[in-house]
Design a protein around this ligand. Sequence first.
Ligand code: NAP
Length: 270
Amino acid sequence: MRLEGKSAIITGAGRGIGKEMALRFSAEGAAVVVTDIVGDLAVDVAAEITKRGGRAHAVTADVSDQTQVEALFDEANNFLDGRLDVLVNNAGIAHHAAFLELDVKDWQHVLNTNLTSVFLCTQQAGRIMVQYGGGSIINIGSISGQRGSTGRIAYGTAKAGIHQLTRILGVELGPMGIRVNAIAPGPIDTGMTKMGPDQRKRYLERLPIGRFGAAGDIAAIAVFLATEDASFMTGSIVNADGGFDAAGLIFDYDELVNVKSDGRDPDFKP
Ligand code: NAP
């Protein structure tokens, strides 16, 4: 029960990584506001938590909309008696498109949903947390915010923005006791990662750990960042990506051992 007595708001918690975080936060003793743009899903997750003996409240909200974010925090405040220890900015949408074909409306939609939402929710949460001497804000970024790739101009730029927002707010809010950290997941098996067999195979070739991640891999780190065990961490981007960011070319280990490829090639002609 590492989060006993704590209160948390988790966005995009109706399914996927957010749902897993809501269940784990509750299992660790936190009261959880489960919020999602798909209200029915949030209600189901809150009901599951209540059935397991936890305390949860569902709120339907589009976190890219300022008015809805304000209403979300009003409702959360009522449920949590005005306190807030943890905010997880998890809500997001996937987006894959060729830059030269991309409509500016799609660009703005992805930036609003994946980045402006983090600004809006963090500002609301920060204003509450500062009254009680601090809290923990956890942003879900992405390895796409660290690496170049194809088709990720909007998504990757938004996620890179989350990482920089995390560093800047880690510094600005640190003296107020508010820690701000981000998790940068690699490919995680959720409804968001529908891909063809070739795409999946190419990902796997670049994952030293040899598998896609599970929602629980990310939830476990979020729980840690929410606890006092992480009290010396702020402004950090924690990669949870099976080694994707660290990996460049990965050679077969047998080839590494059996094929001599170091030193000068005497046959090389410029
Ligand atoms: P998911 O299963 O699609 O869950 C995301 C949830 O957020 C969905 O219920 C979604 O609703 C909701 N949402 C979308 N827009 C919203 C909005 N404006 N307001 C409130 N809720 C909204 O995706 P996931 O894989 O769990 O992803 C969670 C987070 O991890 C995202 O920020 C994602 O970018 C990040 N991430 C995921 C991966 C991965 O491989 N899965 C990798 C790196 C980072 P709808 O389904 O209706 O859109």
